[in-house]
Design a protein around this ligand. Structure first.
Ligand SMILES: *Cc1c(COP(=O)(O)O)cnc(C)c1O
Length: 362
């Protein structure tokens, strides 16, 4: 079976070396030496001060922490074309998601439709850099300044990407990263926030550690700390990141080369100055029954994923939400992600394209 995704695993000896350090340090979690080292190395890699980074046990909780740290209230304007995590984070923090339609090219929140959704209850915009395509950062900045709103970016897909020469994590009041095993860069599970205002450093520390500092419980925090085993994997994998992205670029270019012949398929284009090649999304023609395609591919031992589908605005717990996002609706019905991971072979890619074309020609 060709899986849709498969995690990068570094040579095991490299990880064992880090484990030996853990045994020597006798520190398993709670801001241990490997976590501090990981924080420093990430800061260098991203060219951000280590004081502006906080590490988390996963990306989802980092996102919830961002919402809490900014004291958001009321409504948050966001995209329904995302992973469940983004919307769940808003709702878990007691806020109301207000869904904005997406740009048909970048698949990110359509900045031209944000202003009409702003009310006196709006406190923030939560954008997602979908598949590594960036939101219109400048326009969103202009809107948030005009209406005095905060902006958070779910940058789970954007690790390693730069915008105007700076890491994407430098933008927004807070940007969140996910280091989940399925992402371009991972620490098994893990996450990070980068924030503009250094005063948030202490707040994130409290939020992820029960609100405790010096015997006082300063706020109603949680437990969201990254542990030493995760930091160890992150440190090892960071060494391979350039190589991983290079290899993914090759895989991506092979796919586009073969797929361009098929006029029925629309390849989602990437428009940034840099890209991390995190997914291989394609949009299928209207007359295709996607579920039939999925089972056809499955019969041929190929796993395909509908992503993002359904829209998060259709989450069962949100029943009766009135939304009007026709572009997102249409795209989520027709988009799939092809198998894409470090180590995917050219012969496998050819086989995938062959089966896909067979189905489309039927
Ligand atoms: C992966 C992902 C998350 C959640 O990150 P975890 O580290 O898995 O908790 C959130 N948003 C998006 C868009 C993601 O792809």
């Amino acid at each position: 079976m060709i899986l849709v995704n498969s995690p990068f695993l570094p040579p095991i000896e490299n990880y064992v070396k880090k484990l030996e350090q853990i045994w020597k340090n006798q520190y398993l979690t709670n801001n241990g030496p490997l976590l501090k080292e990981f924080n420093e190395k990430l800061a260098i890699f991203l060219d951000i001060s280590p004081e502006n980074i906080s590490l988390f046990v996963n990306g989802h909780l980092a996102l919830e922490a961002a919402i809490k740290a900014l004291d958001l209230k009321g409504e948050v304007i966001t995209t329904p074309f995302t992973f469940a995590s983004t919307t769940n984070a808003i709702v878990n923090c007691g806020l109301k998601p207000v869904f904005c339609d997406i740009d048909p090219e970048t698949l990110c929140i359509d900045h031209t439709k944000i202003e009409e959704l702003i009310t006196e209850r709006t406190s923030a915009i939560l954008g997602v850099h979908v598949f590594g395509n960036l939101c219109n950062i400048e326009e969103i900045d202009r809107i948030t300044q005009k209406y005095n709103l905060k902006v958070i970016y779910d940058a789970a897909h954007a690790f390693g990407i730069k915008y105007k020469g700076k890491s994407v994590f430098q933008y927004g009041d807070v940007s969140m990263a996910s280091f989940h095993a399925t992402k371009v860069f991972h620490s098994i599970e893990g996450g990070m926030v980068c924030y503009k205002n250094q005063n948030l450093k202490q707040k994130f520390q409290l939020i992820k550690n029960f609100g405790i500092n010096n015997y006082d419980i300063h706020l109603c925090g949680s437990n969201m700390k990254m542990n030493e085993f995760q930091a160890a994997m992150g440190l090892v994998n960071l060494e391979y990141l350039d190589n991983i992205i290079k290899e993914r670029k090759k895989i991506y270019e092979r796919y586009t080369k073969y797929l361009l012949h098929n006029k029925k398929i629309k390849i989602v284009e990437f428009k940034n100055e840099t890209h991390n090649y995190i997914y291989m999304p394609i949009i299928l023609p209207d007359d295709i029954n996607i579920n039939e395609l999925l089972s056809y591919m499955e019969k041929n031992n190929i796993q395909i994923r509908r992503y993002f589908y359904p829209l998060t605005s259709k989450s069962k717990y949100l029943n009766n939400y009135i939304i009007n996002t026709p572009v997102a609706e249409k795209i989520s019905e027709k988009i799939i992600c092809l198998p894409f991971y470090y180590g995917l072979k050219e012969s496998e890619q050819i086989y995938i394209i062959e089966k896909l074309s067979d189905f489309l020609e039927k």
